[in-house]
Design a protein around this ligand. Sequence first.
Ligand code: C5P
Length: 407
Amino acid sequence: MSLNGKRILLVIAGGIAAYKSLDLIRRLRERGAAVRAILTRAGAAFVTPLAVGALAGEKAYTDLFSLTDESAMGHIRLSRESDLIVIAPATADLLAKMAAGLADDLASTVLLAANTPILAAPGMNVEMWEHAATRRNVERLAADGIAFVGPAAGDLACGEVGQGRMAEVADIVAAAERLLADAAGGGLRLDGRHALVTAGPTREPLDPVRFLSNYSSGKQGFAIAGALAARGARTTLIAGPTALPNPPGVTIVAVETAADMLAACEAALPADVAVFAAAVADWRVARRNEVKIKKAGETPTLALIENPDILATIARRSDCRPTLVVGFAAETGAAPEQGRDKLVRKGCDWIVANDVSGGAVFGAERNRVHIVTPAGTESWPELTKREVAERLAVRIATHFAGPHAAE
Ligand code: C5P
């Protein structure tokens, strides 16, 4: 992903991490962003307006009351002419001013007048970060919709150790990209749409006490159902056995076997979008024993038969096919290529391919996915499963708002 054509207003407050903000300007510009910078009075004591202006390619703004600046570039225009405001470092003082709604210099005035997303990268001493006042301010600002990246824990410039280090430049850039992507589709809703989601494992009984299953936790599918419902979709979640709470606003249908899951999906149609995140058992035993298989005697041999492919069955329906059918593909290596193959084989519209070669994904909190569509492949950075769900919901909402909406 890039920041091509995005206008970023960088506010540099007075902390030692301000030196990293010089590099941040370069990295943001490298990704295609136009950067304009404001230094607070204390910020200008750490890095010079000359250095900041030279790296940004445009003079740095420092003083609210410079009459020439106000006529050429007023503080309102400064905030309006940006797609995102990044505060790095965000000091305890500036956060306190923002939380209180104060506007006594250029930076705080621009921040109060802003109608664009704001990303704050706090950087300060550990005691300041942990102080009850800062905790209160950060909580207040998060509730006001300010996004935060960091701070990280580690050695601090003051010689102490703890949380307070400003996030690394690469992490700030990644957070800026995420925020802009969300902002692009952020307002889109799915009201009036019906979303069908499958999640979790299936259980294929051998006898009344034993079953075949897999390690799927259901976390990704549950998060997707929650994110779609949060955007207003009437959401039906068909879930195999999991230990997860029901996501708010979602109608949950609990199933055990793949056959039950298919029947429940068919019963839930019609749907506008169907996301198949379940790890469906590929096989079931050919003949389920009505009584518990006894240990005595010969070791039993399990004869297996293939389960129906729920995704392919729904994607290939001639009637009632959801407008958008999304499958998942857990692959080891070459995930995008294998995902494309699966897209064609199963007849779905998008595949969310996740790379499971690096280690555990089942049950984990994070996921690294590629979105494979007929138009191309988009690789997302490693995100939490909740973030993947949120982004996927944005993509789905964007799809229904776009030119394919009537397809
Ligand atoms: O072929 P594979 O199991 O890798 O395909 C994964 C995708 O197909 C997932 O979206 C999964 O939910 C779906 N699937 C299904 N029914 C099956 C097997 C997989 O819906 N029997």
